[in-house]
Design a protein around this ligand. Structure first.
Ligand SMILES: Cc1ncc(COP(=O)(O)O)c(C=O)c1O
Length: 395
């Protein structure tokens, strides 16, 4: 029996691939600081569980395929705070941002079509697209430019008759880069000129530091019918396991057609939707608290990296990741060495080799992604261990 080429050609998640090594060394008694995965340690707001505990029904029924009206209205109110208006039939609830991205890809692309994505990018974009035979065409961005976009003419060169959309995460995973308004307007111009969809993955919106405000693509005028916003409670509300995401678009025809995919999978978990409806009601005070905490962590990581000779890294402005070029030839080898061969008093650090975040072969070989998802004391300790590890590795 043969498996499909489609699944055989999919890459293993580079974020999870080294986990068995970490599990083994932990069993041997080593403590590992996990800076390799975007699992925040912040407590999920209590309103989530309270709403679920108060759910009064003897049967957990299927929810609507489109999603629970309460949650849809909560999300609409959340966008309205920024002046972005979505009608009830312009929002679909999904199993995380992941399903939102998969359904969007299926709805706008046929097999063989292409989606432009600035690289390095969230590696699971490969899974959402490759799984349905859609190809990612990378727009290369560089560490020394703070991973901002190249010029319009560079991007246009990559467009072919098969190009259907531009997809990006803003704030960016893995780079932490926040797109400037002029970059967003350039994307809008390109999309209009070449009749493309814009898939704006905003699961990190709100994580914007140094006084910056992460702007939603939903506020860019003139592209409302081609803009698709991907949302999730995973990161902003520290509720990764709730698996609640959503798709927002003013393009009613698109939403109506994605609804067919929602109907085929019946619905999203009812209780988690009930909890998530309360999360979207949390006010700006909550967002400010989260942002301050992550900014402190970002500062610890960035100031340590600045002290280490040979590291190239621009200060990231958002999300909770950064990509740094290390003074090593092969970052994956270094990450494995840190796990297997190195410790400070029985403790070590796990990072993600960044190569898997690139589609262009050979790029990112000497880079790592650092997720600053641990509390400030743990981050200080983890960065000390990384500094000592690099010193020893290169000695
Ligand atoms: C940029 C980006 N988009 C989407 C997702 C998917 O999130 P979820 O499916 O947990 O909502 C993630 C998760 O790490 C992410 O980093």
């Amino acid at each position: 029996m043969e498996l499909s080429k489609r699944v055989l050609e999919m890459q293993e998640s580079p974020v999870r691939k080294l986990v068995p090594i970490a599990t083994r060394v932990k069993k041997q008694g080593k403590k590992v600081f996990h800076l390799n995965i975007g699992q925040p340690d912040i407590e999920t707001p209590k309103v989530f569980m309270e709403a679920i505990n108060n759910y009064d029904s003897k049967v957990i029924n299927y929810s609507f395929s489109q999603g629970e009206p309460k949650l849809i209205n909560s999300i609409r109110a959340y966008f309205k705070r920024d002046g972005i208006i979505f009608d009830e039939d312009e929002v679909l609830i999904t199993n995380g941002g992941s399903e939102a991205l998969t359904f969007t890809t299926i709805a706008i692309c046929d097999p063989g079509d292409e989606i432009l994505v600035p690289e390095p990018f969230y590696t699971n974009y490969n899974g959402f697209t490759g799984g349905v035979n859609v190809n990612i065409k990378p727009i290369t961005t560089l560490a020394q430019d703070g991973f901002h976009l190249p010029s319009k003419s560079e991007i246009i060169k990559l467009i072919t008759p098969k190009t259907k959309a531009i997809l990006f995460s803003n704030p960016g995973n893995p780079t932490g880069t926040i797109l400037r308004l002029d970059e967003m307007e350039m994307i809008a111009e390109i999309a209009k000129e070449f009749d493309l969809f814009i898939i704006s993955d905003e699961v990190y919106r709100g994580f914007a530091f140094d006084g910056l405000k992460g702007i939603s693509m939903g506020s860019i005028k003139g592209v409302e019918d081609r803009t698709i916003i991907i949302e999730s409670v995973s990161k902003r509300y520290s509720a990764c396991g709730a698996r609640i995401g959503s798709i927002q678009s003013k393009n009613k025809k698109l939403i109506k057609n994605i609804l067919k995919l929602c109907q085929a999978r019946l619905c999203v978990a009812t209780l988690e939707q009930v909890g998530a409806a309360e999360l979207y009601k949390l006010d700006d005070e909550y967002t400010a608290m989260i942002k301050d905490e992550y900014q402190k962590r970002r500062d610890i990581v960035y100031s340590t990296l600045q002290k280490i000779p040979g590291i190239v890294c621009e200060k990231p402005s958002g999300a909770f990741y950064l990509v740094a070029k290390l003074p090593v030839e092969d970052a994956e080898e270094f990450v494995i060495w840190m796990l297997e061969e190195f410790d400070v008093d029985g403790e070590t650090v796990m990072l993600s080799p960044a190569e898997g975040f690139y589609a262009t072969e050979g790029l990112g070989k000497d880079e790592v992604r650092i997720a600053y998802v641990l509390n400030t004391d743990a981050m200080i300790r983890a960065m000390y261990i990384l500094e000592k590890g690099l010193e020893k590795y290169n000695s």
